[in-house]
Design a protein around this ligand. Structure first.
Ligand code: 8YV
Length: 324
């Protein structure tokens, strides 16, 4: 620390409100708001940091913490997901890790539902047709999509975002089944009229499968060629969690070969790259990781991260700590 003011490294651009909060309490350093620094450069900047504010672009592991030094107290990740963080390695070094749950639930569920509608009603395909100035004329069989009223949504991971997705689906007249590591409390099931199913049964019965589980070693490629083959040929897959939960090459092949009908994707296995097979297909709606990308939500996320960092620096408990 320089004098009594902590050194806070903010690894990427964050909204001004959150920066202002941090600046009230510390000397804030934003090395390059527009670019994910390569680890070497980032590690140099981290030297002497008491706190670091990170995004999913940063790999936060033991070397990250060691580059900062033993005074590092907190890493505040501006994301609900923390698969970019080696939480045990940080815990070993006495560093608190925090994330930003809750504040992005609705924004992410909105994008998931938007992709669901975009994929089932062929909105992106229609827009591409118009922008390509392709001749068209209205007729009753033109660009027919798939209706969702009365269809079954299969939610994998009925956490906060999964529930928000299910709430939207209920409002559109859909039925809810879900799977996950554990069954949801009875009141949640009752409110959503949701039925717990083993995952293989969910895959077989759902008309739309939406992924809301975190990326962990257990969920990597949870949706692989076998899982896709288990789905109905008329079914759609929506992914707004993390790209590696889906085997993207297998998905591209399944979409090409009609194993499933379509997909809506906000996340990709090797962001910012997208599997070239997907880019050629009309039956996939895509967004460039926009789940939480609203002014309000990003401000709330960064502000929560700032509050987490400041709490730990002040010797208080974090608001939303990630435990190993
Ligand atoms: C974030 C996300 O924008 O919160 C998450 O886990 O995927 C997104 O909402 C992103 O992670 C920024 O770090």
């Amino acid at each position: 620390m320089t004098g009594s003011r902590p050194r806070i490294v903010v690894c990427r651009w964050i909204p001004d409100e959150a920066l202002a909060l941090l600046r009230e309490a510390g000397d804030v350093w934003v090395p390059d708001p527009d670019r994910a620094l390569p680890p070497g450069e980032l590690h140099e900047v981290l030297a002497g940091a008491d706190a670091a504010v990170t995004t999913l672009s940063e790999r936060v592991d033991g070397t990250f913490a060691d580059a900062a030094g033993p005074q590092l107290k907190v890493v505040a990740n501006v994301a609900v997901g923390y698969d970019n963080v080696d939480v045990p390695a940080l815990a070993e070094r006495g560093v608190t890790v925090t994330n930003t749950p809750g504040v992005l639930t609705d924004a992410t569920a909105d994008i998931a539902f938007g992709l669901l509608l975009s994929a089932t009603r062929r909105l992106g395909e229609g827009e591409r047709l118009l922008r390509a100035r392709t001749p068209w004329s209205f007729h009753l069989g033109f660009m027919l999509g798939t209706g969702i009223q009365g269809a079954t949504l299969g939610v994998i991971g009925l956490g906060q975002i999964g529930r928000a997705m299910a709430t939207r689906a209920r409002a559109f007249g859909m039925n809810i089944v879900y799977s996950g590591r554990r069954q949801a409390p009875a009141d949640v099931e009752a409110q959503l009229e949701a039925t717990y199913l083993p995952q293989d049964e969910l895959l077989r019965t759902a008309d739309i499968v939406s992924l809301h589980c975190p990326l962990t070693p257990e969920t990597r490629h949870l949706i692989d060629a076998d899982a896709l083959a288990a789905m109905k040929p008329t079914a759609f897959l929506i992914n707004t969690t993390r790209g590696p939960v889906v085997d993207e090459a297998a998905l591209a092949a399944a979409l090409r070969d009609g194993v499933i009908a379509g997909a809506g994707l906000d996340v990709f296995e090797q962001e910012p790259d997208v599997h070239p097979g997907l880019l050629e297909l009309d039956n996939v709606a895509m967004a460039p990781h926009l789940g939480s990308a609203t002014v309000e939500t990003r401000t709330a996320m960064a502000t929560l991260a700032a509050r987490n960092a400041l709490a730990v620096l002040a010797g208080e408990p974090a608001l939303t700590e990630v435990t190993p």
